[in-house]
Design a protein around this ligand. Structure first.
Ligand code: 4AD
Ligand code: MG
Length: 463
């Protein structure tokens, strides 16, 4: 039976006969034997294999196994004299599945830039950094499900194709079945006639599963989504993707304080779980990517987040001995420079900002008694900025109707959302965590395109 390399490195005993399968990372030929390092993706470290000349077909096999070749190796585990590894494998036989020509295989043993690796997105997961990222990504996904399942939240699958704009920001990709060479127009020829399209109306890729999650929360009390969402914003930054994964819990009978408490416990749980399950990968990020990764994780797990209102945050920014590119005044939508000042320089830890001006937030957020602000909360992370956006929802039918209209949206389009306020409405709240920003926060990776296997961004849709 084939064994996973991670398991052999942790628990393998000298004397065991084992078979491994994987890809060659390096080969060092000596006089009478060769060292081959094999990696199967299960851990950062590969398994060192010693291939003696006595192995049948030695000369020909060693010639064929260059960096990138795929192999199956059977042999016996022996104690390793080398530093940093308990065991190595003494090969009895080697079978080559596929060669990798060293003249053309792009991943040779040297440091490649992340830009270069993005151009070879089909091969980059075989590098140390990207494979560590995707193991952490997997562990974070598991931690998320574990957190909610332990608390009795139902995982609900919300649609990817949708007819409503949850955020009301108009940043949506159209989904159409039209032949683009002959798109039907309305009688006055001024607009596309979507009533003739596949769905009979204008459809989009969803920007958020929240509105549907609210429907489900009104039946199951506590639910969460975890799926892809899409934004057609032309933002070429290290924090934005056109396709990203979002986690959106929604809780009935919950206010903003409950929402913030859950979000804080949630982030702490994920960091703890990832540190426990991926210690080598996290150590690697701390050494090679950002030497504050482990201190940050410790800070998240052991300290309470800062909590301030938007109005207090504005006062802090006004007092800051720093000039911002976007001048600070009440009513301003916090820019990345402001978010980072608060979380990175002022509080030096994740910071929850609440009660934003109604004008700059979505229609569904609950209006405060001052009629100027809404029960919104954003969690700002050092280096990343906004990582979570959430709110208590407007549960009062009349207020919600006025908010939808005030934002220039069509009431009729939201008939079912309004029905939730007509029949058995309750106070409820939720938030959305940008999953890729979380993985950046965990790993210290600077560019969001390097924490998702196949990034989708402006002019970027290869692979
Ligand atoms: O703040 P946002 O737009 O909130 C919502 O979509 C709400 N419906 C969530 C809810 O209350 N259920 O997005 C939530 C998070 C942001 O805080 C950010 O982390 C991430 O999603 N995000 C993006 N991540 C990558 N690329 C983008 N273009 C993103 N836009 C938002
Ligand atoms: Mg937001």
């Amino acid at each position: 039976m084939t064994r996973r390399i991670v398991e052999l490195l942790r628990h393998g005993q000298p004397g065991e006969t084992v078979t491994i399968k994987g890809w060659v990372r390096t080969k060092r030929e000596q006089k009478e034997f060769s060292f081959v390092e094999v990696n199967d993706g299960s851990s950062l470290a590969g398994l060192q294999v010693v291939v003696n000349q006595t192995v049948s077909g030695y000369a020909e096999t060693i010639k064929r196994i260059n960096t990138g070749a795929s192999v199956e190796i059977a042999g016996t585990l022996v104690e390793s004299p080398a530093k940093g590894q308990r065991v190595e494998l003494k090969a009895d036989s080697i079978a080559v599945y596929g060669e990798a020509d060293p003249e053309t295989y792009p991943l040779q043993k040297k440091r490649h830039s992340f830009e270069f690796l993005r151009d070879i997105g089909h091969l980059r997961s075989r590098t140390n950094t990207l494979s560590a990222v995707f193991r952490v990504r997997n562990a974070a996904s598991t931690a998320i499900h574990q957190f909610f399942q332990e608390r009795g939240f139902l995982w609900v699958h919300t649609p990817i194709i949708s007819a409503s704009d949850c955020e009301g920001a108009g940043e949506m990709f159209t989904v159409t079945g039209f032949d683009l060479k002959q798109v039907p127009l309305t009688d006055d020829k001024k607009a596309v006639d979507y009533s003739k399209d596949f769905f009979g109306k204008h459809a989009y890729l969803t920007v958020s599963g929240q509105l549907e999650a609210e429907i489900m929360a009104m039946a199951f009390s506590n639910v969460y989504t975890f799926g892809p969402t899409f934004r057609a914003e032309n933002s070429n930054t290290s924090r934005h993707l056109a396709e990203f994964w979002m986690v959106e819990p929604e809780m009935a009978f919950c206010d903003l304080d409950g929402d913030m408490d859950l979000a804080e416990a949630f982030l702490k749980h994920i960091f703890k779980y990832v540190l426990e399950t991926c210690p080598e990968d996290m150590e690697f990020f701390n050494q090679r990517i950002d030497n504050s990764v482990l201190a940050t994780a410790d800070n998240i797990i052991n300290n309470e987040f800062a909590r301030v209102t938007y109005t207090e945050a504005i006062a802090l920014l006004e007092k800051a001995s720093k000039t911002f590119e976007y001048p600070v005044e009440w009513g301003l939508d916090l820019q990345s420079e402001h978010e980072r000042y608060l979380a990175e320089e002022h509080f030096k830890k994740p910071t929850i900002v609440t009660d934003y001006p109604a004008k700059i937030k979505a229609f569904y957020m609950r209006l405060n008694d001052d009629k100027n602000t809404v029960r919104a909360m954003d969690i700002l992370a050092p280096k990343i900025g906004e990582i979570i956006g959430g709110s208590q929802r407007e549960e009062r039918l009349d207020v919600l109707e006025r908010r939808i209209q005030a934002q220039g949206l069509d009431l009729a389009e939201y008939w079912w959302y309004l029905d939730l306020r007509r029949y058995g409405t309750v106070p409820h709240a939720g938030f959305g965590l940008g999953f890729e920003r979380l993985v950046q926060f965990l790993t210290g990776m600077g560019n969001i395109r390097d924490v998702i296997p196949f990034p989708r961004a402006p002019l970027d849709v290869e692979f």
